[in-house]
Design a protein around this ligand. Structure first.
Ligand code: PMP
Length: 461
């Protein structure tokens, strides 16, 4: 029997023979994940990590949930694969469930979120006969050519000009309103300027407005209550489809199936992935309204994927969604979401380096600043700084797995987290923020020691 390989050997082989996402390969420093359970995972040295990122906002029912594992194993034994033109039981069951929980009609299955957005844009173009797509600057929609172009954030830069016809608008980023307004007194210029864009681009040219239900990887931008009703009305006025990318914000993260359900509106097309299977199997979906489904009754759906409707992926999704109901996952999101919001608000009051906190359910971010009054970011947009690096290092040293990017820190744990586990992680974050406050104070006292922040020249995350 071969000797067991060391963690270092396994990591080295990964580094030698595989390419890592969004990474300068020479700087890639992958951690070995050995095993996982619930809200924890263990690295190659058997350190237990508290997962405050739910592994890229996937693992909603937690790692290694026995009911999802059992459903996958059962499906593997029964039927591992059927081509995309076949009917299978798990595929039909999932389609019906998705129609039920979104109020839409039919689902097309992909392998993940990028492909879902790619197909959503294509479906919108086919259905409307129009070409242009309006997206927002702080959106992220994926890493395929079309979805990367549709993304507004700097990660699109390397593929530009990408696909033609994408036009961008500003986001409902109330802490740093692009129109210099305050949410209490503004006229929702974040919506009204889109009408101006529509006029300038040609109302009959625009197929869809593509938005993240709640913008995720650019900072949990929770729009004001009337944002979506106004955006929906704008779409209706011009016959433009509203595509709601719920890849991050959907399927439980905010305590509902869709984040836009908090706003009482219905999109024409929903895309989802990640939480749909709690990350257990690759699966994405494009769910379309009845008029769109009717259109394709007599028109060709130009598109297909070998693994569309993969029975094991669909079985994983069905089991995952059953766990949501059996274990009252949404209720836990609501309960823990209130505790999380309270703790985040207290953190905002307590630390000089915290400019804003935003949360909805278990989807939350802490935005760090050099100074509360000026709101100067602790690291520049698309850049990093010594203080942010210090915070990230501290969280790592405490085995808290949480994302930091630019001047933000995300708190997005698995949805099965308990209050005690949340408190455990938030206590670590508070100690990290105290270190940042100390470092900022030190810089104020010793300006000669301050290093210029590093602004990255192209997308790096
Ligand atoms: N849309 C959003 C909002 C996302 O956050 C992501 C992934 N982070 C995607 C699309 C792309 O999904 P995938 O990585 O599964 O292709």
């Amino acid at each position: 029997q071969a000797a067991e390989r060391t963690s270092q050997e396994i990591v080295q082989e990964n580094r030698d023979y595989t390419l890592f996402s969004w990474s300068v390969q020479g700087a890639a420093n992958p951690m070995l994940m050995k095993r996982a359970e619930g809200v924890y995972f263990w690295d190659g040295d058997d350190n237990r990590w508290l997962d405050f990122s739910a592994q890229l906002i996937n693992m909603n029912v937690g790692h290694q949930h026995p009911k999802v594992l059992e459903a996958i194993k059962k499906q593997v034994d029964e039927l591992c694969f059927a081509g995309p033109g076949f009917a299978t039981e798990p595929r039909g069951v999932l389609g019906k469930k998705l129609a039920e929980v979104t109020g839409l009609a039919k689902a097309f299955f992909t392998l993940g979120g990028s492909e879902a957005n790619e197909n959503a844009m294509k479906i919108a173009r086919l259905f409307t006969g129009r070409n242009k797509i309006i997206t927002r600057y702080r959106s992220y929609h994926g890493a395929t050519m079309g979805s990367m172009t549709a993304s507004g954030d700097p990660r699109r830069w390397p593929v530009e000009p990408g696909i033609p016809g994408v036009v961008r608008a500003f986001d409902p980023y109330c802490y740093r309103c692009p129109f210099g307004q305050k949410v209490e007194t503004c006229h929702r210029e974040c919506v009204s300027h889109i009408e101006e864009i529509i006029q300038m681009e040609g109302p009959n040219e625009i197929a869809a407005i593509l938005v993240e239900g709640i913008t995720g990887s650019n900072g949990i931008l929770v729009p004001p209550d009337d944002y979506y009703p106004k955006l929906r009305a704008l779409c209706d006025k011009y016959g433009i489809l509203l595509i709601d990318d719920e890849v991050m914000s959907g399927f439980g993260r905010t305590g509902k199936y869709l984040a836009t359900q908090h706003y009482g509106i219905k999109p024409d097309i929903v895309t989802a992935a990640k939480g749909l299977t709690s990350g257990y199997m690759p699966l994405g979906t494009v769910i379309v309204s009845d008029p769109i489904a009717q259109y394709f009754e007599t028109h060709m759906l130009y598109g297909g994927l070998t693994y569309s409707g993969h029975p094991v992926s669909c079985a994983a999704a069905n089991a995952n969604l059953a766990v949501y109901e059996e274990e009252q996952i949404f209720e836990n999101v609501d309960t823990q979401g209130v505790y999380l919001a309270d703790r985040l608000n207290a953190i905002k009051d307590k630390f000089d380096c915290v400019g804003d906190v935003r949360s909805i359910g278990l989807f939350s971010v802490i935005e760090l600043v050099k100074d509360k009054a000026s709101k100067e970011p602790l690291a520049p947009f698309n850049g990093t700084s010594a203080e942010m690096a210090k915070l990230a290092m501290y969280l790592k040293s405490q085995h808290l797995y949480a994302f930091t990017r630019f001047n933000m820190l995300w708190v997005c744990p698995p949805l099965v987290i308990t209050q005690q586990q949340l408190a455990e992680g938030l206590d670590i974050i508070e100690r990290g923020l105290a270190l940042v406050d100390e470092a900022l104070q030190h810089s104020r006292n010793h300006p000669e020691e301050v290093h210029a922040p590093v602004r990255l020249t192209s997308a790096s995350h």
